[in-house]
Structure formats: C-alpha cells, structure tokens
Design a binder for this molecule. Structure first.
Ligand code: HSE
Length: 439
C-alpha cells in the first residue's frame, strides 16, 4: 500500500529517537498502521546533526528550512519537535492551513495556544496529535481520552516532571540541599542548563493543563493554573515529612469540585505507602480517578529519546489509520466533541481545600505553642499531628511541625500571616499541602 509521508521538524533527542524507532520497527509499525510510515523529509538548523541521524537512509530530503517541508505537497503528516511557541506555532498553524495532520511533543505550545490550534485543525478537518507532550512514553492521553471514556473523571494527580522527581528523590536519599542536587543533575544532563521551567513547576503545569482539558472537556486554561515549584524546598522539610510517614512529590493536580475545576502544581506530602509516593528518580506516574473504574495508575519514562519517540509514533499510527476517515469520525482533540467543550471555571487557589504541613521556628518559651494553636483554632483549622524538635543547645529556638486537617487555602493563609506576626516566631512559616490520594 502507498506509504504515508512524514516530515520531521527538529532532529534533536526526540527526533533522532523517532527516526531510529521508525526505521527499526518499520515492518511491525506498517502491519499495525495498514501502510508504511516513512520519513521523507527532515528539517533542522543543525544540518550536520540531521545528516548524521539520517545516515545512508535513502529518500530523505534534509533541509534547514522547516517551512519548505510544511509547504511540500507530498508530505501528509508534519512532526513538530522544535519546541517553544514562536516559530513552532507558525509552523503548526501553517501545516494545518495546508491541510496536513500534525504530531507534536510541544506541551508549552498546546497549553498556551491549544484553543487556537485545535480550532484551526477542527475547521480544516485535520488532527493535531500530542501523546508525547505529556509524560513522554506513558500513553496517558490515550488512556484518559479513550480508555476511560466511560467515566466521569474525578481527579488526576501526576508526577509529570522527571527532573524535579530526580531532585526530590536524591534530596531525600542524600539529605543534601536543593541547590547542590540541582547542580549535580545539571552535570549529569538530567536538568537543562536553564532549569527554570522544570524546577518552578511550569513544565508540569503545561502537562496538567492538557490533562485537565481532556479529563473535563474544557478549553486549555494554563493561565489560570496555580504554579509552585521545588526551588524553595528545604532538606529538613523532606526529613520531617519522612518522619511523619510522607514523601514530598511535585504533583500536577486537577480535580472536579463543586465550584469548578482545580488546576494546580505544587510540592505535596503524599503518604509513603502510596504506590505513587515510591516513584523515584526521573520516572513519571499519573494517577487517574474515574467514577466507574476507581483509581488507575500509569507509570513509565517521562522523557528521553525512545520513550518519547514511542508516543510520537503511536500518534503517527493513529493518524495514519484515520487519514481517510471523515474528520467527524476521528477522536476529538480534547475528548469531547469540539462543540461540546464547557467553560467550567478554574477554582481560585484561595478556595482550594487540602490538609497542610506547617513548619515554623519559634522561641522556645512558655505559651508560644498555645498562641499558635489559638490562631489556628480562630481560623477554624484543626490540628492532626504535631512534632517539636529540640532546639540545638543554647539556641533557644525550636522547630514546630504541624499537620492540619483539611482546610481552605484562604484560612491557612490568614493563620500563617498571624503566626508570622507573632514576636515569638522566627522567620517565615513553611507551608506545604498534603494530598492523601486515597482511592
Ligand atoms: N523536562 C521534562 C522533565 C521532560 O524533566 O520531565 C520533557 O517534558
């Protein structure tokens, strides 16, 4: 059968992996797709790198002009692996305008400009597939959009950034501070030279934004996500959490609640006995709770050449199978039919309810703990557990660690402000949310 022709834009780590896996498993992939999937053009600014990856493979045009591939009438599917939302956005919109399907791993582009891109694709009757954009090789888009389609999704919580999970795992194992571990991660190539998007939770927020839209059938709402990273996390918080039976993970969370949808990324204490709390190193895991199926957990590599290529190629096969189908018979981009998306509001963070971990340093003298307990009580916050750490000799100060019952964010904010204003409180109060993730 006539092969489907693919143009690959960007042949770095993931592009190289895609090229290699498609070549290695060509026969098996063709059996599954119903026809061969063949890369016939590759664009990269680094022509030398592109030539190296393509090697002696016949019939592959190499260029540094990505738009020439997007405008090439012989190309059926464009794979966008350029990243960012400048040129990548132009390329994707032009490919759609030219009637080509697009496969992309670009979470930032879709989380921010997804509404415009999906609308354009819908109008043109083409598909924008993005399995590789969330959790690399884990087929989580497929699972939520298709496998769980019978369910009313209640919530999703995921470790969806490998860099931060590596840092948190290493901090816990070694007791070393964040900055040291980050420097090691950079030296080992686990963290980018500019790791801001990873460590400040932005990458995870892009991914949970996409999962949220699919889970709840809403437009993408990245600008409303609450985002906190791990750069301010202290080694002692990881240690104290461990003593209390918890592990700290950077979670992307989206949840259906009475007032709308929660969409947030922040470090959270997770009970150590949960499977997801034991996801270590660069691995990713996503927990999805559906009303019919209950909790389901998906685990695997969230980045890397061939794990991400696995997702890119899965999309290529899907698109190939449906290439000749009527557009309305294809799986909708955001799980529900395009005209059935709902503008469910994102709940402001001040209204989100979680249990909390608080760490405060106080002067070690009578009445201090009573003052703190009074402030919490005044704000309707109930204490679940507490430990006090003996002050170092002669220091006259102590660390108090409190776990609260579930409370509303605005009440905890108000209590923290009052505790920090006490003359006996030293420095700032550390607040982390606690997620039981019970099924
Ligand atoms: N930088 C991401 C991570 C991988 O550390 O998981 C790509 O999304």
């Amino acid at each position: 059968m006539k092969p489907i022709h693919v143009g690959l834009l960007g042949i770095g780590t993931v592009g190289g992996g895609t090229f290699a896996v498609l070549a290695r498993n060509a026969q098996e992939i063709a059996r599954r797709a119903g026809r061969p999937i063949v890369i016939t053009a590759v664009a990269d600014k680094n022509l030398e790198r592109a030539r190296e990856v393509v090697g002696s493979t016949p019939g592959v045009r190499i260029t540094d002009d990505a738009m020439s591939i997007v405008d090439d009438p012989s190309i059926d599917i464009v794979v966008e692996l350029i990243g960012g939302y400048g040129f990548a956005k132009d390329v994707v919109l032009r490919a759609i305008a030219n009637g080509k399907h697009v496969v992309t791993a670009n979470k930032a582009l879709l989380a921010v400009h997804g509404t415009e891109i999906f609308t354009a694709a819908q109008q043109k009757g083409v598909t924008v597939a993005f399995e590789a954009a969330v959790a690399g090789g884990i087929p989580i888009i497929k699972a939520v959009r298709e496998g769980l389609t019978a369910n009313r999704i209640e919530w999703i919580a995921g470790i969806i950034n490998g860099t931060t999970n590596y840092i948190l795992s290493t901090m816990r194992d070694s007791g070393r501070p964040f900055a040291d571990v980050l420097a090691d991660a950079q030296a080992l190539g686990y963290a980018e030279a500019d790791p801001t998007w990873d460590i400040e939770g932005v990458d995870a927020a892009h991914k949970i934004t996409l999962l949220s839209a699919i889970a709840f059938g809403t437009p993408v709402q990245f600008e409303q996500a609450h985002i906190e990273g791990i750069s301010k996390l202290a080694a002692e918080d990881i240690r104290y959490a461990e003593e209390l039976g918890y592990r700290i993970k950077l979670l992307g969370i989206t949840k259906r609640v009475a007032g709308g949808i929660e969409l947030r990324v922040h470090p959270a204490l997770v009970p150590a006995k949960r499977l997801i709390a034991n996801v270590e190193g660069v691995m990713n895991a996503v927990l999805v709770k559906g009303d019919a199926v209950g909790a389901t957990l998906y685990y695997g590599r969230g980045a890397g050449a061939e794990p991400t290529a696995s997702a890119v190629i899965a999309d290529l096969v899907d698109v190939t199978r449906l290439h000749t189908a009527d557009p309305e018979h294809r799986v909708p981009h955001l799980a529900v039919q395009a005209d059935r998306l709902e503008n469910t509001p994102i709940v402001p963070m001040s209204e989100v309810e979680t249990a909390c971990y608080l760490r405060l340093r106080v002067q070690d003298k009578p009445g201090v703990l009573a003052d703190v307990a009074r402030i919490l009580a005044d704000n309707g916050i109930s204490i679940e557990a507490m430990i006090q750490k003996e002050p170092a000799e002669g220091e006259g100060e102590a660390d108090i660690i409190l776990l609260t019952h579930i409370t509303r964010e605005k009440h905890i904010d108000a209590a923290i402000a009052r505790i920090e204003a006490l003359a006996t409180t030293v420095g700032r109060v550390t607040r982390l949310r606690l997620e039981s993730l019970a099924s």
